[in-house]
Design a protein around this ligand. Structure first.
Ligand code: BES
Ligand code: ZN
Length: 479
């Protein structure tokens, strides 16, 4: 069935605005709003102000920059504000909350970028730049939709409530409290939440996403000598923190990805036959994984166990070691204090506090078995919940229609291995459904070097998000 006239009109307008939309994304990417790094914090704030101005220029109202105070564990580092805004306040319309994040992961040219990460560069169908897909491209697409409607003088048939944060990549600090505080105020009456902060599974087939894993992030600090030591003088004489940490690391997970901490597997919801069958229809192969990662290093022989490992089982990753020697060359140092970092992606029905218990007990037991005289402390840095929803509700129905209009195919229904910790908080506190409606592709390289978004996804993505709003007005909200 051909889309209704106002939607084809919207699509044509979006096509004609392509150069302006690319420029808007270039302006956003040029602000290095890296949340993980205190030195960049003014840039994160600058990005919030950029969002504020864009929203104001595009006709949004009731724009508020919500201050969240000082970041815990710091002296005077202010958290970046949450940007709230409305577009439309017609009481006869449904209210849709749009969430996205305007902060990005760190990026340095010397990490292996072919171009300056904070300058949007087009090559063929690809736009390279930090945040192009995660999450500035999708966030800017929401702005683009406002411009397209404004220029057409076309009504958006739902009221929009925007909530953009600047700490997502660092655990969404402060946002959960804000959602609770505003549930009956700014967010009162929200009927649905839409988040575009995820990706297609591969590079050709659109998806709608109904689940994400949670994440619990831990540190293991091992300390002994009062200062770094010369290994020629003290090697073989002292207990070395780095050696201890390596041993503890090796007891967390094996090279096949099996978690070695007792008590975690038991918490995972059993795989039912019905759930298992859902994986048979996904249009994705092992070669798709290999394409995404640019190598043939997948643990599994078949796509189904690989997808299940990513979506519905926990995983444990080791991320790095603070205090360890990592420069080129051969420094003969014994680091005095090292902080090992690892995280566990969580799934139903792992309870975060129970997980902490088994993690702490295991690390302490393994360390005590080493017989080392060093001191070991294991701590939780931050955690975020997993989320799984019903992919057949009215919001998904609207998104399916929109996706079909734009891409001409039925979207696959996927879960994700990554985390958007705030998803569950929106669902629970606003008592509403959430959908993840992606713009980018699985091979975009979010968090990686040479992150990109395809121009086609960026433009078709704007159409998909725009049509979704129209179909949402048309769909009957579930009881
Ligand atoms: N956009 C990602 C979430 C995501 C990742 C969705 C992979 C789908 C697939 C988001 O910006 C992100 O990276 N989140 C962090 C959250 C963490 C810092 C609490 C993550 O997953 O590591
Ligand atoms: Zn993101």
């Amino acid at each position: 069935m051909a889309p209704p006239q106002q939607i084809t009109q919207l699509f044509d307008k979006i096509d004609s605005l392509k150069p302006q939309f690319i420029q808007r994304l270039a302006d956003a990417v040029a602000i290095p709003s890296v949340s993980a790094d205190a030195e960049h914090r003014p840039k994160v704030v600058e990005m919030a102000k950029w969002m504020e101005k864009q929203l104001a220029d595009l006709g949004a109202t009731d724009i508020q920059l919500k201050e969240l105070g000082i970041e815990e564990g710091t002296k005077d580092l202010h958290l970046p504000p949450i940007v709230l805004a409305r577009y439309g306040t017609d009481p006869s319309k449904k209210n849709v909350l749009i969430y996205g994040h305007y902060d990005v992961q760190p990026a340095l040219k010397e990490d292996g970028w072919n171009t300056d990460p904070f300058k949007l560069v087009q090559e063929g169908d690809c736009l390279y730049g930090r945040g192009s897909t995660d999450d500035k491209g999708p966030v800017v697409d929401w702005l683009n939709i406002l411009q397209a409607h404004n220029e057409l003088k076309l009504d958006i048939p739902v009221n929009l409530v925007f909530c953009f944060e600047g700490m997502e990549e660092s655990g969404s600090l402060g946002l959960d409290d804000l959602i609770k505080a505003e549930a009956e105020k700014y967010f009162k009456g929200v009927d649905a939440v839409c988040i575009s902060d995820n990706y297609w599974l591969g590079d050709s087939h659109p998806v709608l996403t109904y689940g994400v894993r949670g994440v619990s992030y831990y540190t293991i600090t091992v300390e002994g000598p009062a200062a770094d030591l010369h290994s020629g003088l003290f090697g073989g004489v002292v207990h070395e923190p780095m050696i201890d940490l390596s041993h503890v690391f090796s007891k967390l997970v094996d090279p096949k990805g099996n978690i070695l901490i007792p008590g975690i597997a038991e918490m995972v919801a059993p795989l039912t036959k019905e759930e298992d069958a859902l994986y048979d229809n996904i249009k994705f192969g092992l070669d798709g994984f290999e394409h995404n990662i640019g190598s043939q290093t997948v643990i599994h022989d078949n796509v189904k166990p690989a997808l299940q490992a990513r979506w519905r089982y926990p995983s444990l990753s080791i991320h790095g070691v603070e205090g360890a020697f990592y420069n080129p060359g051969a420094k003969t140092v014994i680091p005095a204090k090292v902080v090992g970092k690892f995280s566990i992606r969580t799934v139903p029905n792992i309870e975060p506090r129970k997980l902490d218990e088994v993690v702490f007990a295991h690390v302490n037991k393994v360390f005590s078995e080493l017989g080392s005289k060093n001191k070991c402390t294991v701590e939780l840095l931050h955690d975020g919940d997993y989320w799984v929803s019903d992919p057949n509700n009215w919001s998904f129905r609207a998104a399916r229609r929109a996706t079909k209009d734009v891409w001409g195919v039925e979207p696959d229904l996927t879960r994700e291995g990554g985390s958007i910790p705030i998803t569950l908080s929106f669902q629970d506190n606003l008592k509403t459904s959430v959908i993840l409606l992606p713009v980018g592709r699985g091979d975009d390289g979010a968090h990686s070097t040479n992150e990109k978004i395809n121009v086609s996804n960026y433009i078709q993505g704007a159409k998909t998000l725009g049509a979704y709003l129209h179909y949402l007005a048309d769909e009957q909200k579930d009881a």
